[in-house]
Write a protein that binds this ligand. Structure first.
Ligand code: 5RP
Length: 224
């Protein structure tokens, strides 16, 4: 099975976590796009979605799924999103699609985080995937030096030679060479640095369930 087929498989498998009559939280990325496509087939059963990015909002609306502002809901039953890495405790690295800040906000609103990934994303320890960190542009170089001091190397994400600008008007640093053994402590530490908007370690907002696409089907991991 190709990686794309595995993404389709988990995108469809996540439908069983959608609570009828409720608003669903929707993440961002190529795996979530498969989920959005599947969600469109049961759109009459839900009130709508809270989206974590402009890209997901556009896809949801194009398929006729109403998108609500996050401030219109007190809580969401379920949030479905992908990840760049997920470990055996449900801790994740996210932000490869630059949507980490809104993803963390929608995850924080949700009672259950259902992570959909293909098996290449499951790791024993976080850090091989360069860690995305959304930063206020004027703080980027100082924050990069703070990562250098930890023995890592931060690179400003660019598109066609220009700094990538997120949906929130900020920049992204991709941090190479980290080994994140204590994700909760790491997230808390980096969150406190001046100018950090969001660190792409999702430990406070970890996954409760992962649906992992494998050659032999979808494997569900429950993290409690
Ligand atoms: C976007 C994300 C995505 O969930 C992550 O990058 C995985 O994306 P994909 O499903 O395309 O591999 O965090 O900010």
């Amino acid at each position: 099975m190709t990686q794309d087929e595995l993404k389709t498989l988990v995108g469809q498998a996540a439908l069983k976590y959608v609570v009828p009559g409720e608003v669903i939280g929707v993440g961002t990325g190529s795996t979530v796009n498969k989920f959005i496509d599947a969600l469109a087939t049961i759109k009459d059963q839900i009130k709508g979605a809270v989206s974590s990015s402009v890209a997901s909002t556009q896809r949801l609306q194009a398929l006729g799924i109403p998108v609500l502002d996050a401030n219109e809901v007190d809580e969401l039953a379920v949030y479905v999103d992908g990840a760049d890495e997920i470990d055996g405790r449900g801790y994740m690295i996210k932000g490869g699609g630059a949507a980490l800040t809104r993803e963390k906000i929608v995850a924080a609103l949700s009672r259950q985080f259902v992570c959909i990934v293909d098996e290449s994303k499951v790791v024993s320890s976080l850090g091989k995937f360069p860690l995305p960190v959304e930063v206020i542009p004027m703080a980027a170089q100082r924050i990069a030096r703070q990562f250098d001091a930890m023995g890592a190397h931060a690179v400003l994400r660019t598109v066609e030679g220009q700094p990538l600008v997120t949906d929130n008007g900020q920049h992204i640093l991709d941090v190479h060479g980290l080994s994140i053994d204590e994700p909760l402590a790491f997230e808390q530490q980096v969150n406190q640095w001046a100018g950090v908007v969001t660190v792409g370690v999702f430990a406070n907002q970890r996954a409760h369930v992962a649906l992992v696409g494998t050659a032999s089907g979808v494997k569900a991991l429950n993290f409690g």
